[in-house]
Design a protein around this ligand. Structure first.
Ligand SMILES: [Zn+2]
Length: 240
């Protein structure tokens, strides 16, 4: 059976070889091609304890992002992945996130992975759940269990990017619940989203996880915006 799966994987790569997530050139390893490597230079890091109180990351212990959304190549890539549902990019995205996470694991012993969830009513209007697709792939590559149903969104809300900045925290307040706190209690949880903009959504998720007993919540996204001043370029993974 294993040989059959390996053959199927080999055949799939032969017919659909991995492509660079930015320029679509064929690459030997999923991720970013040589030409697009300069886009990778800046990993983003937010250290909420060092931020003024008015930032909305109060329940997050640290937040990381692989790419800066303000770069046009990153924006275009994300749009293709998320809104045109190009699933073939997921493996490359997850590979880039996993490379960063292996460094983060030197500072945090991550027990489990949770993706920012959708409300069940969201499925009708959206292409597919990008955070969940990424979480499954990262879980396999990082060998950390993915708790798919632990965190749930119990209220259907307006989409965050359609709201004014000052309305976003209220829109998302108390809408996430942990279904089984035994899975979360006393654990260091990696909370994954495809993109972090104002941080309100990951913070609301982190609140639910902390209330269920999580020791730490580390947020990770494929891309994040530096427009809100809490993400800065950096490569320091040892912060606690
Ligand atoms: Zn490229």
């Amino acid at each position: 059976m294993r040989a059959l799966l390996n053959f199927a994987g080999w055949l799939q790569r032969l017919i659909f070889p991995p492509r660079c997530i930015f320029c679509s050139e064929v690459v030997s390893v999923p991720g970013v091609c040589c030409k697009c490597q300069p886009v990778k230079q800046e990993t983003l890091l937010a250290q909420p304890k060092l931020l003024p109180q008015n930032y909305c990351l109060t329940f997050i212990d640290a937040a990381y992002s692989v790419f800066n959304y303000t770069k046009p190549q990153v924006r275009r890539s994300m749009q293709r992945f998320k809104f045109y549902a190009d699933r073939s990019m997921a493996e490359g995205y997850a590979a880039e996130m996993t490379t960063l996470l292996r460094q983060i694991q030197q500072a945090y012993k991550i027990d489990a992975l949770v993706a920012v969830p959708w409300h069940k009513g969201d499925r009708q209007n959206r292409a597919y759940h990008a955070a969940q697709v990424l979480a499954k792939s990262v879980s396999l590559q990082l060998k950390v269990p993915y708790l798919q149903n632990s965190l749930q969104k119990t209220v259907k809300t307006k989409r965050q990017h359609t709201l004014r900045l000052q309305d976003r925290a209220q829109n998302i307040k108390n809408v996430f619940k942990v279904k089984d706190s035994l899975q979360i209690s006393d654990k260091v949880i990696l909370l994954l989203d495809d993109i972090i903009t104002t941080g309100n959504t990951v913070n609301a998720c982190a609140q639910a996880l902390k209330e269920a007993g999580a020791v730490k919540v580390i947020a990770i996204s494929f891309t994040a915006s530096t427009n809100y001043n809490f993400f800065t370029g950096g490569s320091t993974y040892g912060t606690k």
